[in-house]
Design a protein around this ligand. Sequence first.
Ligand SMILES: NC(=O)c1ccc[n+]([C@@H]2O[C@H](COP(=O)([O-])OP(=O)(O)OC[C@H]3O[C@@H](n4cnc5c(N)ncnc54)[C@H](OP(=O)(O)O)[C@@H]3O)[C@@H](O)[C@H]2O)c1
Length: 343
Amino acid sequence: MEHTIALLGFGNVLRAFAELLEQKNPTLEQRYGYRLKVVGISTNSHGRAIDPAGIKLSQALELVRSGEGLDSLDAGWNIQSTPEFIQAVPAEVILEATWLDPTSGQPAIDFVRTALETGKHVVTANKGPVAFAYQSLRDLARQKDLGFLFESTVMDGMPLHSLAREGLLGLEISRIRGILNSTTNAILTRLEEGIAFEKAVAEMQEAGLAEADPSNDVDGWDSAVKIVVLANVFMGGDLRPSDVHREGIRDITLQDAKSALTNGERIKLVCEATQEGGHIHAQVRPLRLPLSDPLANTNYTVCAVSIDTDVLPQVSLIEGPSSPTTTAYGMLVDTLNVLRGRR
Ligand SMILES: NC(=O)c1ccc[n+]([C@@H]2O[C@H](COP(=O)([O-])OP(=O)(O)OC[C@H]3O[C@@H](n4cnc5c(N)ncnc54)[C@H](OP(=O)(O)O)[C@@H]3O)[C@@H](O)[C@H]2O)c1
């Protein structure tokens, strides 16, 4: 059966999604009976297009790669803004992957709300709506009997949220620990290899893994937003990133990394959320972990999470190398899940 979807944003993640969909649509149809058709794309500076007959993704990719806008693919809808697009586009599911504002989560929160209010399921890779407005968006989705899924917000396409949603039913989660920022993990690995902090940061910037201003990663902001997502969704918390006790990795020296290794330990930027007596605390800080800890065995850009529950003592997931395609995969699975009623 054919289902309609629309894309909010057409950057790294949703361009990778377009390529993945071209590749996977025949398999989805053959195995599960679903075929996904993109009927609209809206961007900030690359225009927007709606075509209920289906947008040719190879053409959209070509246009954006050659620096042109998407307007030539529009079938006469002539929409002027993203909110107007969300209301008008004849799609069952909106896939949201616009910019993250780590201080407010906007305008993505409003995009998600508008989509739900106009009867569309939402799949997002953007941490903003989940870190700043999870409870109200979840409640709105439930009230409207719609899906609101966000697998790719933490650890890209790894099935972390679906594991918690489907596989940890009825358990009490007392602690979540994670290495959730690949850039800082790679910097710490390079320190162990004798590369100084500034040089390691420069390497990450050259590889496109760190921004020109690396503070979002090295000062722990990205990690703080991610542990808030996990605390709020897995533990029922209502934290904001500013509630997280946060220390970054700027003060870690080559000497620190070396002396940890000599003691059979490794320094990691650990995100942690704990639940005790109804109170949830979250922190992000560099810690020395013994090599026996599963979180210590993460080199370079490998991320990992470990969840303590009252029955299963330590549920751990380790992510292999990530890319926009692994993030896009999480969005593809979420899309199939909302369409088959897994909410
Ligand atoms: N990259 C990853 O691997 C990864 C992993 C996990 C989560 N995420 C999250 O996924 C989201 C997208 O990441 P990305 O790497 O694809 O970012 P990106 O390459 O910067 O793309 C962002 C897209 O959003 C569009 N956009 C911005 N404001 C908009 C608006 N008001 N209306 C419509 N479109 C708007 C931009 O339009 P223009 O094309 O006109 O600039 C662009 O197409 C972010 O929230 C990020 O945190 C990314």
